[in-house]
Design a protein around this ligand. Sequence first.
Ligand code: FES
Ligand SMILES: [Fe+2]
Length: 468
Amino acid sequence: MGVDNGNKSLLENVVELTDEDLGEPLTYPVDAFVSREYAEKEKDLLWPKVWQMAGRLEDITEVGSFLTYNVADDSIIVIRTGEQELKAYHNVCPHRGRQLVNTPDDVNSVTGRKKNFVCGFHGWTFDLDGQNTYILDKQDWKGALEDKKRICLSEVKVDTWGGWIYINMDPDCEPLLDFLGEVDRILSPFQFEKMRYKWRQWAIYPCNWKTAIEAFMEPYHVSGTHSQLLKYGQFYAYSKPYGLHGVSGFDERDKSQKTKQSTSVTRAGLGDPRISTYELARENYETVNYAASTETLVNAAKRLKDELPEGTPVQDVMAHWMKSAKADDAARGVEWPEITPEQQSEAGLAWSLFPNQTILQGVTFALCYRVRPYGDDPNKCIFESYALERFPEGEEPKTEWVYAEPNAEKWGMVLAQDFDNMEWVQKGMKSRGFRGTLPNPHQEQKITNFHRHLGRYMGVGAPKKIDY
Ligand code: FES
Ligand SMILES: [Fe+2]
């Protein structure tokens, strides 16, 4: 796993926690969220060691187009160097260390297209392969710059999965597919590479990046935070680790009620399923900023009460809904991937990819988040959310990263409700009266699994069993 933080005893302690242990009552400390020293250590022990999503392939479609990805003190340039080829470099000139591409804090990602990169300070020049092609008065160095490795850009590992671009600053890192593990098998059927941005927004938010990402790791908060949704159904959830990563999905408090649908994204609400299915789909769509579903799905759900007789069993309502939405999409040139009910069920509702990416997926859409630290401040983060969807070819919307204040007007009611916890969790965790976290052993395993693995990288902070 490429984890070497020189803290062996703690590491062994952590390895003792198995996947099964995550089902036990656990606790973990809050230093990871509030400590400046911890945030400094992340710069050495976490960020340079893990694969991180740096963008989407659709961000850089032409040869020579590039994007920057900043995390903590590091900045990476990802460049499309060929039709099917990407390269990534540290965003720094080897002469005296100027950033090659200026990346201001108030820009989400800098994008552009270049034939070569000319440093703004003394004009050293680099081609797309990172090779130095020009140094003014090179002879002054008396031959010391003849070694190409001394004057080229520093390369960073880059790979792609599901249409996303991932980078890893560790030259000895494991391959991306090994890092993803079972995520690849379980989520590949959704073919995220065929989806495109519908919208993308970001904000600088007053909490630690982990406080923010954890607000989207568990549906246990739905009853308390999004109580308006309770009239549509129950939101009991399961959660489950897959290596570094984790998934959650709908579950039944009453085990006898389990159906194939119960771990899926699609779900009937309470009462007449022809009506509640529509109401829940519409409510989700409209209050999650027109994401977490599609217009096709909502419109097909709206017709259920006209197309099906009263008393149609839930399973038949759901099957009819999916069939007619699929036909509607086919008619406008949007093809659905083949996903079996078993695959759908295993894929659950929402994934957290270690350390800072989340994907809430559907057959033709995904609602995604990424969170990064902001500067050196453990109390601030860069919060980003975007919706992906399958569009008819040529009808993909043109989108840009838009800075949006974290409120209901800009993000929809549901996301605004989530925002309205994060800042106060960040403050609350600092309380002298806080006795330590008590995550739900059934519904919040994604979070404890996250801290289990974070603890392995950081050498501190792993969850421990509670004596009871
Ligand atoms: S710092 Fe880049 S050319 Fe001098
Ligand atoms: Fe939420």
